[in-house]
Write a protein that binds this ligand. Structure first.
Ligand code: NAD
Ligand code: HSO
Ligand code: ZN
Length: 434
């Protein structure tokens, strides 16, 4: 069966309008979800543990009596790690080691300088005290996301990392627990959805209140995170996965087809786009898609994603390809080019750039080292991958010498009078020598 993937060409007069439609994705605001989440959060705020237990029993089909049944012991996490088949354990450890090494480079350090009159100015960096990590557990479990969220937090020096993961029907995903153990997660509660976000944001008798909640989740989780923002910090509200491949017609079309599949298989709403300067190569990728799709276990998800949100864009040259890539500002951008290096610095908007034919996006998802939590839906125009800096805060330092108080005091006094704030002016003036 032919898979109908939208074809666009920059040579067409209506290309700008077509591109706009292709990129016009907004997570549908759902009043029912808003109402449900508001009610759950309110209940968790009022009734604490009892509410969390009730919702966990209802939504995750459990029958537990108290929160004590919903916390895993250190022993259970260690058993999960010890029980992994050797090959899986080695892969998990190799990925964790590479992700840690990369993120070590991101740690921000404080700085200060002293002016001629002895006044010291600087910036102090402190880690967040306590962070909540949401790990989705409904339809699919992602141990790699445990590493990508927990390791930067630990590298930043976060003192306590509390993980929540729903376990529908009481099933514990051993690879998720092993990843938590390896990444140094401190406590794990088997709770999910809006009730878990509420427990982390407000604190309950058992779940400590955190300072920031990170990690992806479904519409209930995303809505709850948006609602508790302000009481706690949040990382970002990630949309469906995206990949954009820029091709000059070189390389293997099977590789490109599978790279497009790799993000399409996440979600029917995922977006996979190929921009290419060579019409014949686009046809070869289409043929590869037809050939390879029947071999894929998640072919229905891939088919839906490619036909609803996928696209092939034929461009006249590489400059046009790069301009459109920057307009899309994709989560993942592959430069599938024989000579990719000169083009890297022309890409200004992308969550991550995968350079050259051997750099499949999937290596970044698991083990290259950089974080796989990346800005989606064009937000790479103004935001960055999750990193150590998301778990560090900056505090300004000001230590004014007696001499400095004279110079600064006169400036501050003048400006304070200008603003009509006499107490500000006086507090500076009191420190002026007569
Ligand atoms: N961007 C990324 O890096 C990334 C990584 C992993 C997962 N994801 C996304 O995370 C999401 C995971 O979703 P999921 O559902 O599998 O797991 P989830 O853990 O996010 O949600 C499961 C919870 O949703 C709540 N829920 C379900 N139905 C409900 C209802 N009718 N009323 C109230 N609450 C309800 C329940 O409490 C349940 O425990 C997917 O959208 C996936 O694409 C994104
Ligand atoms: N590609 C996803 C983020 O867009 C992350 C992931 C986890 N496992 C596989 N992939
Ligand atoms: Zn992925």
């Amino acid at each position: 069966m032919t898979i109908a993937i939208q074809r666009l060409s920059t040579g067409d007069a209506d290309f700008p309008a077509q591109l706009k439609t292709l990129l016009a994705f907004e997570a549908a605001a759902d009043d029912n979800i808003e109402r449900t989440v508001a009610a759950i959060l309110g209940d968790v705020k009022t009734r604490g543990d009892a509410a969390v237990v009730d919702y966990s029993n209802r939504f995750d089909h459990l029958s537990v009596a108290s929160m004590a049944d919903l916390e895993l012991s250190r022993d259970e996490l260690e058993k999960a790690l010890a029980g992994l088949p050797a090959e899986r354990r080695a892969a998990l450890e190799a990925a964790a080691q590479r992700v840690r090494a990369y993120h070590e480079k991101q740690r921000l350090d404080g700085w200060s300088y002293t002016e001629a009159d002895g006044t010291l100015l600087g910036q102090m960096i402190t880690p967040l005290d306590r962070v909540g990590l949401y790990v989705p557990g409904g339809k699919a479990a992602y141990p790699s996301s445990v590493l990508m969220n927990a390791i930067p937090a630990k590298v930043a020096g976060v003192k306590e990392l509390i993980m929540v993961v729903p376990t529908p029907g009481g099933e514990h995903n051993q690879l998720v627990l092993a990843a938590a153990c390896l990444a140094g997660v401190d406590r794990v509660f088997t709770i999910g959805g809006a009730q878990a976000v509420g427990a982390l944001a407000y604190g309950t008798e058992s779940v400590p209140q955190v300072d920031k909640i990170v990690g992806p989740g479904n519409a209930y989780v995303a809505t709850a995170k948006r609602r508790v923002f302000g009481i706690v910090g949040i990382d970002m509200v990630a949309g469906p996965s995206e990949i954009l491949v820029v091709s000059d017609g070189t390389g293997n079309p099977d590789w490109v087809a599978m790279d497009l599949f790799s993000q399409a298989e996440h979600d029917e709403l995922a977006q996979s786009i190929l921009i290419c300067i060579d019409a014949a190569f686009i046809e070869r990728v289409q043929a590869s898609i037809e050939k390879l799709l029947p071999t894929m276990p998640r072919q229905e998800v891939i088919r839906t994603s490619l036909s609803n949100r996928g696209a092939f864009i034929l461009v006249r040259d590489m400059d046009e390809a790069v301009a459109i890539a920057n307009r899309v500002a994709p989560e993942h951008l592959e430069l599938a080019l024989d000579n990719p290096d000169p083009w890297v610095e022309k890409i200004h908007h992308a969550g991550a750039i995968f350079i050259g034919h051997y750099t499949s996006e999937s290596l970044g998802d698991y083990c290259a080292g950089p974080n796989h939590v990346l800005p989606t839906s064009g937000s790479a125009r103004f935001s960055s991958p999750l990193g150590v800096y998301d778990f560090q805060k900056r505090t300004s330092l000001i230590k004014v010498s007696q001499a400095g108080a004279q110079t600064l005091g006169r400036i501050a006094s003048t400006l304070a009078h200008g603003e009509g704030l006499p107490a500000h002016a006086k507090s500076a003036e009191f420190r002026l020598a007569d």
